[in-house]
Design a protein around this ligand. Structure first.
Ligand SMILES: [Zn+2]
Length: 213
């Protein structure tokens, strides 16, 4: 077998002639796509620091690419391939269980996990959120709230149960998991959740101030 090399900048496996080995193409495109979505999440204040994680399905390899543990979503250093069964690389995001359960039990193609502040705040007081705004009503009539320890198998099961019926859910006191046919759709659902929760919060304040006796 001919010798293989690893590109220092991209981490891709190269053949003796310096060409990337087949099967890594989706990772190359994915880094740029994840970075673009990460920048959008930051600009909309849906995530901060090195929180959150993003993944997309690789249907040819029965698995998915996910951001690495501790990486910044707008500048993902690398993406980690995780198969639907088998060993999980140690540098995969700590939330890989939720992502793997979603890809194993649903047909969603992309998952965005963020920490939008109004979603997190509303999840502390509601068991589900009924969007009051017209966009929210049209795209997601009920946003479920689930409970679970970050990184746990129980949380992975509960989130996936919700995402069989809905495009997004909120983990109480933690953040959102949104899905879609691509990363753009999953990020739009994340924005929608934050907007609807922001409106819910403002409306509740106004109700208390002006309507309550
Ligand atoms: Zn999180």
């Amino acid at each position: 077998m001919s010798e293989l090399f690893s590109d220092k900048e991209t981490g891709l496996l190269l053949d003796a002639a310096g060409r990337p080995l087949p099967g890594q193409e989706s990772r190359i495109d994915g880094v740029a796509a994840v970075s673009r979505i990460g920048k959008r999440l930051f600009s909309e204040h849906l995530v901060g620091g090195n929180f959150g994680n993003i993944s997309y399905r690789d249907s040819q390899r029965e698995g998915f690419y996910i951001t690495s543990s501790g990486s910044y979503l707008d500048e993902p250093e690398d993406l980690v391939f995780v198969s639907l069964d088998g060993e999980v690389p140690r540098n995969a995001s700590s939330e890989w269980r939720v992502h793997r359960e979603i890809y194993a039990r649903t047909r969603h193609m992309a998952v965005v996990h963020a920490h939008p502040p109004c979603c997190v705040a509303c999840s502390l007081f509601y068991d589900e959120i009924i969007p009051l705004d017209s966009e929210g009503e049209a795209l997601c009539q009920v946003i479920p709230v689930v409970v679970g320890k970050p990184g746990s198998s129980e949380l992975a099961e509960r989130v996936t149960d919700c995402l069989l019926l809905s495009s997004l859910c909120i983990v109480r006191g933690h953040g959102t998991f949104a899905v879609g046919k691509n990363l753009d759709e999953a990020s739009i659902y994340t924005s929608l959740a934050e907007y609807s929760c922001h409106v819910t919060w403002i409306a509740q304040n106004l109700r208390n101030e002006y309507v309550m006796p």
